[in-house]
Design a protein. Structure first.
Length: 341
């Protein structure tokens, strides 16, 4: 599968005189069963090739948003790198889906405190809602994740280890084995998708009913990034056939945001469409006493115009942006388009 995504956004404040941000993502996904093709315990190889960057503006949406004064990125994954391999890993489910694992170059946030509104291509944009601002998570690099479902009640245990030094399109396998700079996490929770055979990389984003707690630790890095650790939690639940609510938060020590809390919901207008309305509110507290807490509200509506084309207007209100103390309210308006084929 391939996807082309485009982003246009503007904000009411820019510290570098860049009020507009335009960007693109180009993604190619490949999957092939290496062993046991067609069976529940197939050994599958996944490959993702991507290109991201600005279109006609100096900064991509990620950096344009940070330059507005928000301590949390308003467009967290809309960065800038040339075409290359961003993920390449094997995955497998074993013992009647009681155990799953993946090893290779992975995108750590797919496994770490993930939930169904994680996808900022078509859902929430702000990191307050898409991932977790208190977690010092690596991005793309070599790692391994395993999940165990010990009972038939939905209980699961999951743990992962990754190199703390990310590389969007480069190789970090040597770094993983030779540098003592890693990121670790351990999760315990209840999943509505336990033992269903849902691939481990998709379990979080697809799990409509999930409760979990995540504990994590990041080693000190030679780059100057200090040791950090923390805890996070997530609750998302379907309260109606077309309404999902969520409550998420976290604490950290050694990271630039040391406390956060967010809540919201997603509503699908009817069963015959993939349209989605989302509304969320969140709070982020910087670890520096010199900075004020930041409050964020975000609303989006995804229009699924055709089975392969979605258009998502989005509006964010950021109150007391922590990195712009003279600004009371920062507004960020954007539109995303996504085509799949």
């Amino acid at each position: 599968m391939a996807a082309l995504s485009a982003f246009w956004g503007s904000n009411t404040n820019s510290l570098v005189d860049e009020s507009y941000a335009v960007g693109q993502k180009t993604t190619f996904n490949f999957s092939y069963d290496l062993l046991n093709r067609g069976s529940p315990d197939a050994l599958t190889f996944d490959l993702v090739v991507e290109d991201r960057g600005p279109i006609g503006t100096e900064l991509p949406p990620l950096f344009g948003g940070l330059a507005s004064g928000s301590i949390v990125p308003p467009a967290v994954t809309w960065g800038d790198f040339d075409l290359g391999i961003t993920q390449a890993y094997i995955r497998q489910s074993l013992f009647n889906n009681h155990f799953q694992y993946t090893v290779g170059k992975v995108f750590a946030p797919n496994y770490l405190n993930a939930y169904p509104f994680f996808d900022d291509n078509r859902q929430f944009l702000n990191q307050t809602f898409s991932t977790g601002p208190t977690i010092a998570s690596p991005l793309r690099g070599f790692g391994a994740v395993a999940a165990w479902y010990p009972t038939d009640t939905g209980l699961y245990l999951q743990s992962g280890i990754y190199t703390a030094n990310s590389s969007d399109t480069g190789s970090t396998i040597k770094d993983f084995f030779t540098n003592d700079e890693h990121f670790y996490h351990f999760d315990i929770g209840w999943s509505g998708l336990a033992q269903t055979g849902t691939p481990i990389n998709a379990r979080g984003p697809m799990d409509a009913n999930n409760v979990h707690v995540t504990l994590w630790h990041k080693d000190k890095q030679d780059s100057g990034s200090p040791e950090a650790e923390g805890a996070a939690f997530n609750v998302n639940y379907m309260v109606d056939d077309n309404v999902m609510v969520f409550l998420r938060g976290g604490l950290s020590d050694g990271w630039f945001v040391d406390r956060n809390l967010s809540a919201g919901f997603g509503w699908r207008p009817d069963n015959g469409t993939n349209d989605l309305f989302g509304l969320g509110a969140g709070w982020a507290h910087p670890s520096s006493d010199a900075l004020d807490s930041q409050y964020t509200a975000e609303a989006f509506y995804r229009y699924q115009l055709t089975p392969n084309l979605a258009l998502t207007p989005d509006l964010q209100m950021i109150v007391n942006p922590s990195l712009a103390p003279d600004v009371d309210v920062l507004w960020v308006a954007s539109v995303r388009a996504r085509v799949t084929f």
